[in-house]
Design a protein around this ligand. Sequence first.
Ligand code: ADP
Ligand code: MG
Ligand code: ZN
Length: 487
Amino acid sequence: MKYETVIGLEVHVELNTDSKMFCSCKNESDNKTPNINICPVCSGHPGTLPVANKKAIEKTIRVGLALGCQIPEYSKFDRKNYFYPDLPKAYQISQNENPFCLGGSLNVDGRDIKITRIHLEEDAGKLVHSSDSDSSLVDFNRSGVPLMELVTEPVIKSAKEATRFAQELRLILKYLNVSNVDLEKGEMRADANISLSSAPGKLDGVRVEIKNLNSFRSIERALEYEIKRQQELLDSGGVVVQETRGWDDNKQITIGQRSKEQSHDYRYFPDPDLPPVYIKDSGIDLQRIKSSIVELPQQRRSRFQEEYSLSDKETEFLVTDKELGDYYEKVVSELRNWIKETDITLSVDDVMPKLSRLAANYLLTDFQSLRTGDELPIDPENFAEFVCLIYKDKMSSKVAKEVLKEMFNTGGDPSQIIKDKGLTELEDESEIELMIEMVIKENPKAVEDYRQGKEASFKFLIGGIMAKTKGRANPKVIEKILKEKLI
Ligand code: ADP
Ligand code: MG
Ligand code: ZN
């Protein structure tokens, strides 16, 4: 039988505020010293009072506005009651019926994925299970860290699309600077709901929820596994039971954890310690938040392709690495200045598409391979000059590699490096000619072969000359002289 895959995601994201959600403790859940960022509020002492973090609310609303959600005038916090050792109050402050954001959508590879809601809650602490004893330890550094949850409608159609959704969401959150979204640190994690329905648009399948997926790979693999498991179950006449499952990364399988009967009744009720939020009276300025929203990845994609004549691959690279994309734009603007100031014979409109592609090309290859970590150690002006020197054939690609390496090491400007290292182009043709004659003399066999019609021998000789000139001669000049000599 053929089934339709139906997936809905619930994505949790730790926000990058300075302090926690309801107290003034540092929001620094990865501190190596356990229980250092805690206070009576976030470690659940009775009689303490939470105060909502306005910055966290504003960040949540910023995401909502960026994704086209409505921001209701009224929202509130609720208590979600359950016991767990890393939840000292025995309830989590969350939002049930009145979240900060409703509706909206996120475009993934051309398809709009509808969003149900975005709300704000607090993260729990962490249990540390030590392997050499039979006890578990609890670290409350993460307890009370602002946690934003985004829920999608059940409209995602494949494991791949779910993964792409999570990746695109992560990128947007990075652009909006609301979270560091480091998946390895658990700053973004997803629950994936999946059912198989009998026809498109129908929701007649039984839903399984896979909890706590903490990498894009595990989202994709877990969903692929679960689609197959449910398919085989249905095909063999079985039934899917509604349950929560976990993903075992070692075995690459999902495992049943609890069925619907065992599921919690959270007994939500409005938190009596926290006043509801009326946007009007809250000092939250929606207009100001809206105007703080930067250009988002999707807009940047179209603009980069149009403005800089880049390929899909180049664009994607520079959009995914936002810092590199920002850097690239600085380089391009320097290139524009450089042409205007130093070479009035070049027309900006003619040359810019070529220069901007050349700059992207070098950024994605040689530049990337020299880069260690996130730093961009070369001044954009120097990199622009480097690109111009290549464009004007002032450096062979071999010399360019050496110069770029030196620029990474010293931060110097390329023309100075060329001078200092004696890499200046050999402009004296008689000097080049001399070296060509030497190479011809050293390789009589290749010369003979070429004269017999073997093209490869010509390339071989060029290689020999390039080596002899240490890449300092213009390859076009070499080719011209060599041809003349071999006739
Ligand atoms: P709950 O309150 O149990 O968490 P919700 O109705 O809020 O359930 O849905 C939670 C998630 O499950 C949402 O992401 C939603 O898109 C998804 N979901 C709902 N129905 C289905 C279904 N039939 N198949 C797959 N996912 C579903
Ligand atoms: Mg749920
Ligand atoms: Zn605290």
